[in-house]
Design a protein around this ligand. Structure first.
Ligand SMILES: Nc1ncnc2c1ncn2[C@@H]1O[C@H](COP(=O)(O)OP(=O)(O)OP(=O)(O)O)[C@@H](O)[C@H]1O
Length: 370
C-alpha cells in the first residue's frame, strides 16, 4: 500500500521572518517511490518534509496525500498514518524498545497481543533479535541499533507514507551503508512512498528512485532519477552538488547482471600445460581461467608459463555494482571474474564494458547543454 503525495505552491514563512523558508514549492511524489530531498544546510528540506505531516503548518498552498487535502484531516490522525524517522532516532529515552516501536499501534487501539507481535515482527525486519532487544532502553543500544529501532517504529503501524529526516546521519560510514542497504531491501518488499532528507549526495544517489536537488527556499533545481542528475546536471549549482567523480557514481547505479558479460578461456584446474596452451592458441588469448570440480574460479594461468598460477582474488557477483567490478578489474588486472549463486564462474566484466556503460548513461540522458 502506498500513496501519491502532491505539493502545490506550498510556502512556509516562519513568524518574525521576512523571507519565506520555503517558497512556492510544487512537486509530485509518486506512490511507492523513494524521493530524496538533497540540498545545502538551511535550504528548507526539513521544513518542506514536515509540512507533509503537518508538524509544520504551511503558510499557503496545498498538500494532498492520495488526493485528500491534508488540511481537511485531523493532524494527529494524519500523523498516525505517516511513519516518521529522524536523526539520532528520536527514541523516547524512558521507554523500552518494545514500547517505542509499539507507540503508534497502541495509539491506534490495537490489542496488546497484536502490538506485541507487531513489535517482534518489526524488530526482526530491521535485523534486531526481539528476545535480545525488546526490553532494552535506548541508552543500552549502539547508535546504529537506535537508528534501526527508529525505522522499526516508523514502520510499525504499516503506514503507506514514510518521512525520513537524515535518519542515518549520526552513525559511522559502515553502519550507515548497512542501514541504507537494509532500507532498500525493506523497500523492495514494502513499496512505501518514502520521502528522505539528506545532505549527502551519494546517499541520495544510492537510495533515491528520484532526487530533488533543492536550492535556497526549497527551490527545485532538478527533480529526476539519479542517473539523469548524474549524467546531465541541470545547472552549475547541481553540478557542484554532484561533485567530482560523476562517472564513478554512475557506476554504482548499474549492476553486473545488466551488462553483457565477456567470456574467459577456461580449463579444469588439473588440466595439463599442453591442453591449456592448445586452448589458448585456438582462442588467440593469453590467459586462461582454471576452475575447480564445481566450476568455481581458482586461478589464472598465462600461455607462456602454464605452470605458474595466479590465484583469482576479488570476485564479483551478478548483484555487484559496476563500481565493484571496476575495483576488481583494477586490483586483479585485466577483467573481473563474475560468479553465480553457488560461486560458479559465469563470465567476465571487461574494462571496455565498464567504459561503455558510462558512455551509454551519458548518451541516454544527453539533453540541451545546461
Ligand atoms: N522555527 C523556525 N523559526 C524561524 N526560522 C526557522 C525555523 N525553523 C527553520 N527556520 C529557517 O528556515 C530555513 C529552512 O530550515 P530547514 O530546517 O527546513 O532547512 P534544512 O534544509 O532542513 O537544513 P539542515 O540541512 O541544516 O537541517 C532556515 O533558514 C532556518 O533558519
Amino acid at each position: 500500500m502506498a500513496s501519491d503525495i502532491e505539493l502545490v505552491d506550498v510556502t512556509k514563512r516562519y513568524g518574525g521572518t521576512k523571507r519565506a523558508a520555503v517558497d512556492s514549492v510544487s512537486m509530485t511524489i509518486p506512490a511507492g517511490e523513494i524521493v530524496v530531498f538533497v540540498g545545502p544546510s538551511g535550504c528548507g528540506k526539513t521544513t518542506t518534509m514536515r509540512m507533509i505531516n503537518r508538524l509544520i503548518e504551511p503558510t499557503s498552498g496545498k498538500i494532498t496525500i492520495d488526493g485528500a487535502d491534508t488540511r481537511s484531516l485531523d493532524p494527529d490522525e494524519l500523523r498516525r498514518g505517516i511513519g516518521y524517522a529522524i536523526q539520532q532516532a528520536g527514541l523516547f529515552p524512558h521507554m523500552t524498545v518494545a514500547q517505542n516501536v509499539g507507540t503508534v499501534p497502541g495509539l491506534l487501539g490495537w490489542s496488546k497481543t497484536k502490538v506485541r507481535d507487531r513489535v517482534d515482527e518489526m524488530l526482526d525486519l530491521v535485523g534486531l533479535d526481539p528476545a535480545d532487544y525488546r526490553d532494552r532502553f535506548p541508552r543500552q543500544l549502539s547508535g546504529g541499533q537506535q537508528q534501526r529501532v527508529g525505522v522499526a517504529r516508523a514502520l510499525a503501524a504499516d503506514p503507506p507514507v514514510l518521512l525520513m529526516d537524515e535518519p542515518f546521519g549520526a552513525v559511522d560510514p559502515i553502519t550507515r551503508g548497512n542501514l541504507q542497504d537494509q532500507l532498500l531491501r525493506l523497500q523492495s518488499e514494502l513499496g512505501k512512498t518514502i520521502v528522505f532528507v539528506t545532505h549527502d549526495f551519494d546517499e541520495a544517489v544510492k537510495l533515491g528512485d528520484r532526487i530533488a536537488v533543492l536550492g535556497e527556499q526549497s527551490r527545485i533545481l532538478q527533480y529526476d532519477t539519479p542517473e539523469a542528475v548524474l549524467a546531465n546536471p541541470a545547472d552549475d549549482t547541481v553540478a557542484g552538488f554532484v561533485g567530482a567523480g560523476a562517472s564513478l557514481k554512475q557506476l554504482t547505479l548499474r549492476r553486473v547482471r545488466e551488462v553483457e558479460l565477456g567470456s574467459a578461456v577456461t580449463a579444469p584446474q588439473d588440466a595439463d600445460a599442453t591442453e591449456i596452451r592448445r586452448k589458448l592458441d585456438e582462442a588467440g588469448r593469453e590467459f586462461a581461467l582454471l576452475l575447480d570440480g564445481r566450476n568455481r574460479p581458482v586461478s589464472w594461468v598465462h600461455a607462456r608459463n602454464p605452470r605458474s598460477r595466479k590465484p583469482v582474488g576479488d570476485l564479483v557477483s551478478l548483484q555487484s555494482t559496476l563500481q565493484d567490478a571496476l575495483e576488481a578489474i583494477l586490483t586483479e588486472g585485466g577483467a573481473a571474474v563474475v560468479t553465480g549463486k553457488r560461486g560458479e564462474y559465469v563470465g567476465l566484466v571487461e574494462i571496455d564494458t565498464v567504459m561503455g556503460a558510462v558512455q551509454q548513461a551519458r548518451d541516454d540522458h544527453a539533453g540541451a547543454p545546461a
